[in-house]
Design a protein around this ligand. Structure first.
Ligand SMILES: [Cu+2]
Length: 654
């Protein structure tokens, strides 16, 4: 990855992500600020999103006013600044110093930090004690430092680095964790402050490579081909994506990666809004081992590293089958240059089994339809882990987000015969501590308009009594979440709990307000105590659902600057004013946690684990909106399509 020449892209919509030349121009304007010294690092250059009124009022051909939001560090002064730049007028709109924060760690810092640690004599001595003399084979990962109140750390920009060793330059170095060794680095001075060595543990004996020449290739898997001879059913025009009744815009930011904007579904000639903006706005991975080199592992991969900047170029290996269209993503580097990540966003369609079916066993009449989904995805590599973010749109109005976790588990070395209580062995003398991955997705809803209300719906058993003589009765109870304080909720699968976003002013043909429900998937709560640093810093993970009244300044679940933040920022602060929520512009923030008890089968590369949730229409449509999906090609061969009951064989397509 490197800076690319800026090429002019025609901007047609206020939500188009910044083009390369816009990133360059934004930095040219900010760079001219006299307050900045010579040593600066640009953290994020992002679209400064216009107001909803401007976006929703935009008509094709209207002029587009463009602005960028820039976060920049003066490394020499240890100061962080935020700028808003008008690209249309080529001028600075605002400029402010943000005191006492540490922005995300940028890619250059990764590389410079590794070089600084490798060159440090104290770290070198510790490596020699472990029998390692070729320091070029060491991989030094700059784990975010967290906030533990240690003396001398306040106000410094820090990482706590962990070391692994390759056997040779192409080797998987994560096979050989260096136990008990942490180098604490000041990133502004790019200097190793101290090296903590808790004692030598031998390097694990085995390699963990996974290329075909090591792992072999099975030969009995016959090809599967997905053919779409007439091309895909979607249309991608710039960043606007249309598929079936769906229409949306695709965005991308260096911090969040993929953003889904202005999702609508065309229903009986009406274009009906559902979601104004959706993205994964933060995540955190708390680890359960209390010992040195482990306790501080709680990476906020979105807010502390900028997961968009770490997106894979899918030209170098894509998991999608069929007719694929890609979008490049433009991010910035630490010098303020535009970096184009080729093929960062993948768009394609997938067959998804059966959509609906009924066989009339009296008449032999059968109808069946196949489900298909539109997939919009990107994959990011954060050190040892991969995260794939997959948005799915279905023919029946369902939206789904799946996060796919893969890559290499974070690990440590143990002595032969030793097994720590806080995790599992994955290979001889390699240990994977128990941990969790909490994601938070921000869903700025607009179900048939901006004014919505949110209900929690539980199923409860009726009490015994004359109304319930057979004691079988149960029913749902919907509770309006009246304020931000009330709307801090937990999942409850034993009550069949879901949350429903309705538009009280729009009714379906049955007289009920139209709605979409958030259906939780697998979930869990954190095990770190309320007083633990990570719990304070990632307050969002203590509740599965948060609802806020829309405020354009409230964008990130763990706050604007989670790196080294002492805690309390983000959602716990956003809801402190307990704003009323009924019939207003609401934002849902859903936290979902993957609980990872590491397995030997996760080694050396972990098979994908999926976690996510669905948004499903509930009284949004008057009936199943997918009745008109055409029959599968094989249908007529097996169904008695005329309904005469004269003996067509039942169809088992699928
Ligand atoms: Cu994991």
């Amino acid at each position: 990855m490197g800076p690319t020449a800026s090429k002019a892209v025609r901007i047609t919509h206020p939500l188009d992500p910044l083009a390369a030349d816009e990133v360059t121009r934004a930095w040219e304007i900010v760079h001219a600020q006299p307050m900045l010294g010579d040593r600066v690092r640009v953290v994020f250059i992002d679209l400064h999103e216009p107001s909803k009124a401007i976006v929703l009022g935009h008509r094709p051909g209207d002029p587009v006013d463009r602005a960028a939001f820039v976060v920049v560090m003066d490394s020499a002064a240890g100061k962080t600044y935020e700028a808003v730049v008008s690209l249309s007028e080529a001028r600075l709109i605002s400029w402010r110093h943000v005191p006492d924060v540490q922005p995300a760690i940028v890619l250059d810092e990764f590389l410079e930090c590794e070089a600084a640690v490798r060159a440090d004599p104290r770290w070198q001595a510790a490596m020699r004690r472990r029998g390692v003399t070729d320091f070029s084979l060491a991989m030094v990962d700059p784990w975010s430092a967290g906030h533990f109140g240690f003396e001398g750390e306040d106000g410094r920009r820090l990482t706590r680095t962990l070391t692994w060793v390759r056997r040779s330059p192409g080797d998987n170095g994560y096979a050989r964790p260096v136990a008990n060794l942490v180098a604490v680095v000041d990133l502004n001075d790019m200097r190793v402050l101290r090296v903590e060595d808790e004692g030598v543990v031998p390097l694990p004996p085995e390699d963990a490579n996974y290329s075909p020449d090591v792992a072999g290739t099975r030969t009995d898997l016959k090809p599967i081909e997905i053919r779409q001879p007439e091309g895909p059913s979607f249309e991608l025009a710039g960043h606007e994506l249309r598929w079936q009744r769906w229409r949306m815009r695709l965005g991308f930011t260096p911090r969040e990666g993929l953003v889904i904007h202005t999702v609508t579904y065309r229903d009986q000639g009406r274009e009906r809004p559902i979601l104004y903006r959706g993205s994964v706005v933060d995540m955190v991975v708390p680890y359960g081992d209390p010992r040195p080199t482990y306790f501080h592992r709680n990476a906020f991969d979105v807010g502390e590293y900028g997961i968009g900047t770490l997106a894979n170029a899918l030209m170098n290996g894509c998991d999608c089958l069929g007719e694929i269209r890609y979008l490049d993503a433009v991010v910035n580097d630490s010098r303020g240059r535009a970096v184009t990540l080729p093929n960062a966003i993948c768009v394609h369609e997938e067959d998804q089994g059966i959509l609906w079916k009924h066989f009339d066993w009296r008449t032999g009449y059968s109808e069946v339809r196949r489900s298909r989904r539109l997939v919009v995805s990107f994959i990011a590599t954060v050190g040892n882990y991969e995260y794939g973010f997959y948005w799915y749109f279905y023919l029946d109005g369902t939206i789904q987000l799946d996060v796919k976790l893969t890559g290499i588990v974070s690990n440590g070395a143990v002595r032969a015969g030793e097994k720590p209580p806080w995790g599992e062995l994955v290979a001889p003398q390699v240990y994977g501590p128990i941990h969790q991955h909490f994601f938070n997705v921000r869903l700025d809803m607009m179900v048939d308009g901006l004014r919505n209300s949110v209900y929690e719906v539980d199923t409860v058993a009726d009490p015994p009594g004359p109304e319930n003589p057979h004691r079988n009765a149960f029913h749902t109870e919907a509770t309006l979440l009246r304020s931000e304080g009330e709307a801090r909720r937990l999942v409850d699968p034993l009550r069949g709990r879901f949350w429903k976003v309705v538009n009280p002013s729009v009714r379906n043909r049955l007289g009920e307000p139209v709605g979409y429900k958030l259906v939780p998937g697998e979930n869990v709560l954190p095990f770190a105590a309320p007083e633990a640093s990570v719990t304070r810093r990632a307050g969002f993970m203590t509740r599965h659902l948060w609802v806020t009244r829309h405020d354009p300044r409230e964008r990130y679940a763990a706050g604007d600057y989670p790196n080294q933040h002492p805690g309390g920022a983000g959602l716990p602060t956003y809801v402190r004013d307990d704003a009323p929520l009924d019939d207003t512009d609401v934002v849902l923030w859903y936290t979902f946690g993957a609980h990872h008890v590491v397995r030997p089968e996760d080694w050396p590369v972990m098979p994908v684990v999926s976690i996510g949730f669905m948004l499903k229409p509930v009284g949004f449509f008057d009936r199943n909106p997918a009745l008109d999906v055409p029959r599968p090609a094989s249908h007529t061969a097996c169904a008695d399509g005329d309904g005469s009951g004269d003996g067509g064989a039942p169809c088992h397509a699928g």
